[in-house]
Design a binder for this molecule. Structure first.
Ligand code: NAD
Length: 386
């Protein structure tokens, strides 16, 4: 099998890396970026500090801070206008997955036009787009390293997966100190998102030897450090480890794929405004239990990497231990069920058929070790409600 791989051309990784953003941009010959971020990062002064770093390197940024969590097509309109007014030659995505995904979408629309719906998976978009430089502030989405953006259609509430080299950042500047301000809930949600990326990349039907190594390394690192980062947000060792693992997990799934957890998670986020990592986590143990029989040896490797099973455990036992370990992790990180999260049962039941259709249409379930029917997806939604 030939694996088609796409990675950022430049990555600067480590504490203090953000100070080098201006140098990275100047080195790429980029001088007029739109700096895409959100209100939180303006409020903390982080966006202003980043702007100053750029200006110091002779780069002239314009700030655009009106991105929203789980970005929508409507939220892109003002960004596109700001980009054109500035005559931007590049886009910096500064924040969690939402500002980075907004930056990617803007970079594409500025060059190719049209609507994000036109670029929805299974279409693969090769480019061109303006260069994107990604600077993550959460240890989760991995968007800084992926050829993916996720944008919700404001007309239909569909959370659309958009894929292809057009969405691959040219450079990523990954500084774990930027994650020190994450509260425990965000730490848990984003960390569980990264763990889901790594496990799904490894069990995916599109896994390959390049992504396998990244995925297993990320699983092990998250297993050792996520509880620590959740318990003590100032633990710089745990922050540094989880940040690196999130990027590695992003590289892994972007060059393999995600699978059923992500396919079923996006509709929950879109219809009930549940944070992306949290909706993954609500599904993760049950969907893994549903899927293990399709790839016991692969799930067993994940269990061993996570520290939930030993090399001596037979695959059947190790794979089951992974399900137990995910349940325990979700419990320790206070992951609610949809019900305890406040989602109304009638709304959940009413929207289940639409969510099942949207999950299947995204293409992600087709990469799962067990490819589900629509009916099985509906049953899984019913099972996790709580
Ligand atoms: P986010 O970007 O939506 O941010 C969530 C909240 O956390 C926001 O209020 C934000 O201001 C705040 N925040 C960000 N950094 C912070 C920090 N350091 N300290 C305190 N608060 C901070 O969250 P996310 O989980 O990183 O991204 C989720 C989005 O990413 C979803 O839309 C999801 O679909 C998408 N996603 C994209 C990819 C991809 O490859 N493109 C992969 C996974 C998820």
């Amino acid at each position: 099998m030939v694996a088609s791989l796409s990675l950022p051309r430049i990555m600067r990784v480590g504490r203090g890396a953000v100070e080098e953003l201006g140098e990275v941009m100047a080195g790429l010959g980029l001088s007029r970026p739109l700096l895409v971020t959100d209100a939180f990062l303006v409020g903390t002064g982080a966006a202003e500090r980043l702007s100053a770093t750029l200006t110091g390197a002779g780069v002239s940024p314009r700030l655009f801070a009106d991105t929203v969590p789980d970005p929508t097509t409507d939220s892109l309109t003002a960004g596109l206008k700001a980009l054109e007014e500035h005559g931007a030659d590049s886009v910096v995505g500064f924040g969690g997955g939402s500002p980075m995904d907004s930056a990617k979408a803007l970079a594409l629309l500025a060059v190719q036009g049209g609507r994000m719906r036109d670029y929805k998976a299974p279409r693969v978009t090769p480019g061109p787009a303006l260069p994107v430089i990604a600077v993550p502030t959460t240890a989760g989405s991995g968007s800084e390293a992926t050829q993916v953006t996720v944008i919700t259609d404001s007309d239909t509430d569909e959370k659309m997966l958009c894929l292809g080299p057009a969405f691959q950042p040219l450079a990523a500047v990954i500084d774990p100190d930027l994650t020190l301000s994450m509260p425990p809930r965000l730490t848990a949600d984003t960390g569980l998102d990264a763990l889901t990326h790594a496990v799904e990349a490894y069990v995916s039907r599109r896994a390959n030897p390049f992504t396998d190594g990244l995925a297993l390394t990320a699983i092990g690192t998250i297993g050792r450090h996520l509880r620590r980062a959740y318990a003590d947000g100032t633990d710089t060792v745990a922050r540094e480890a989880t940040m690196l693992a999130a990027t590695q997990a992003g590289l892994a799934f972007s060059n393999s794929s995600v699978a059923l957890v992500h396919g079923m998670s996006r509709p929950i986020g879109a219809h009930f405004q549940v944070a992306h990592g949290l909706s993954n986590a609500m599904l993760f143990p049950a969907v893994t239990a549903f899927s293990v029989h399709g790839a016991r040896a692969r799930y067993a490797d994940c269990a061993r990497a996570l520290g939930a099973a030993t090399a001596a455990d037979p695959d059947d036992l190790a794979a089951d231990r992974l399900v137990d370990a995910l349940r325990a992790l979700c419990l320790d990180l206070a992951v609610p069920t949809p019900r305890s999260h406040g989602i109304d049962r009638d709304d959940w039941t009413r929207l289940t058929p639409v969510m099942a259709e949207q999950a299947l249409a995204s293409g992600s379930p087709a990469n799962n070790p067990v490819v589900p029917t629509t009916e099985q997806i509906r049953e899984l939604y019913a099972r996790i409600y709580g």
